[in-house]
Design a protein around this ligand. Structure first.
Ligand SMILES: CC(C)(COP(=O)(O)OP(=O)(O)OC[C@H]1O[C@@H](n2cnc3c(N)ncnc32)[C@H](O)[C@@H]1OP(=O)(O)O)[C@@H](O)C(=O)NCCC(=O)NCCS
Length: 159
């Protein structure tokens, strides 16, 4: 198979940081445009939080022998509302040149296997409404909407 998903190694860290920082703008809402540098900083904060948690699983996808994407999965952070245990996709990204070749789908499938192996009852994630690529990927993989965050700009044209 052209895509292989494996656990991340220490030597993958530079790849993960660089792709995470480059791709993080996709998670910013069109209602709150981010200043330059903010998405990268937001990814660094998220990654630092994830790597501090026990049970975090980081997966790397190789496509045709080259690093192509990654997924960070939390397995010890319960659902905020119910406090029930879950697996949670904290972040995933695929390199621009490797997109639309099924790499994202394979990463999600591997995350699902990790959740099942731990008998976790749900695999969850958050996605920005305007991130249509990611929403289509998740919908196609069987994810359904559970809660919706709503916001109302307080000023005309507020950003
Ligand atoms: C979202 C993302 C991870 C998808 O990765 P990918 O490897 O391109 O996805 P896949 O090739 O596995 O696509 C699987 C399915 O998702 C949907 N999809 C993916 N990209 C799409 C696009 N640009 N437009 C429409 N549908 C898309 C399609 O249904 C696709 O199946 P198909 O190609 O058979 O039609 C990638 O675009 C990315 O890294 N985006 C920036 C970071 C990001 O948004 N991360 C998610 C944060 S919540």
């Amino acid at each position: 198979m052209a895509t292989v998903v494996r656990p991340a190694r220490a030597s993958d860290r530079a790849f993960i940081d660089s792709l995470g920082e480059l791709s993080a703008a996709a998670s910013f809402s069109i209602l709150r445009p981010a200043a330059s540098g903010v998405p990268a900083e937001s990814f660094r904060r998220l990654a630092a939080f994830c790597f501090e948690q026990p049970g975090t699983v980081t997966l790397v996808a190789e496509h045709e022998g080259r690093q192509a994407g990654f997924l960070i999965l939390l397995t010890s952070v319960p659902d905020e509302v119910t406090r029930r245990e879950q697996a949670f996709v904290a972040y995933m990204a695929v390199e621009e040149g490797a997109r639309r070749r099924g790499v994202g789908r394979e990463l999600l499938r591997a995350a699902e296997n990790e959740a099942r192996a731990r008998a976790l009852p749900h695999l969850s994630l958050m996605v920005t409404a305007s991130n249509h690529r990611a929403r289509t990927l998740y919908g196609g993989a069987g994810f359904v909407e559970e809660r919706v965050q709503m916001t109302k700009p307080m000023q005309e044209g507020a950003g």
